[in-house]
Design a protein around this ligand. Sequence first.
Ligand code: HPA
Length: 381
Amino acid sequence: MREHAVVFAVIAHFINRRLTPAARRLQEYFLALVRKHHRKTQDPRPKTSGAEAPAQAASRRLPGGLSIKPRRRTLLKVYPLKAKGPETVTTPCPSDRLRHQVLEELARAARWLQHRWPQRPQVGMILGSGLGQIACCIKPQAQFDFSEVPGLVPPTAQGHRGRLVCGQVNCLSTIIMQGRVHLYEGHPVHRVAFPVWLLRRLGCRLLLIFSAAGGLNPQLHEGEVVVLVDHINLMGTSPLVGLNHSELGRVFPDMSRPYWPPGVALAQRLARQLDLPLPAAVYAGMRGPNLETRAEYRFLRRIGADVVGMSTVPEVIAAAQVGLPVLAFAVVGNMCLPDALGRMTHEHILQATQQATDRLTELVRRLLTPQLLELLEEDRP
Ligand code: HPA
């Protein structure tokens, strides 16, 4: 046992010098082994000769009251465990890695696009399920598939073209994302929000979002367009998880006005000119991809939602982080009345949503004018 104790003591001596948290644990483990063995095999009281000076005896003792009896003379010295200050955390933080990755991808994507379409866009648009035709409001100057653009991933959902169109709507430089990716496609949430950060990085000052939704409010009907004024995030995540950092935008961004109020008022005024009722609505964001049960629709209505969908919320949160005002429109593709719920298909939702394309295209044409930019300028925080 004496030999074992010496070996442990030598190891303890070396690891004692570094004392990383792991080394410290290893050291404690070895010393515990020595103590246990010693207790089993020897008299627990250390035997010191009466002639030995107390200081000399102490120097031959292992921490914990153990002693090593040297044959002749020992060169070993076992250091006691030192009390150290707070330990430095050396584990790399996952959010650092993610942030650097997103920032690099953003820089690469922005360079890629600016090289091919060297204009500063003023407005960005995201067109959801069945609403890709709204892109006919633009005079296109350049078009790219999402798969060509660094950082963008092609959508897999039906009704999402996956094309980026750059050009002019009236006299405003605009980028349109024809289609989007959703959380339910299995992408990490920052991938879903990436187009928003990119549009902001390129210079956009306003984001228009279009999506299909289920109608919870019984006063709505299929094919009706609503303008969003608030949302309830039930997706179980946020695009800012791991990315709540000043290098990307605001930390803990304010969500008291996620949908630009003067823009909502302007859109409603313009819609009246078109005889288009444009009620304000609260959107409940679900992860999907299944539609909801009767009990879930009932619950969503009770907690204050007018419409329900599987998109928009991550994009709006990302826009709030980077200070990009949002105007969001949803088209009711199906009614979600729990006590009168029929069977529903995605094809039905797409068809009902497409009915609103022409009205929404006209609304966009009327909305995107230099006066809109003036309004944005006036309302700058
Ligand atoms: N639930 C969730 N998302 C939707 C629905 C729905 O009923 N309809 C269109 N998008």
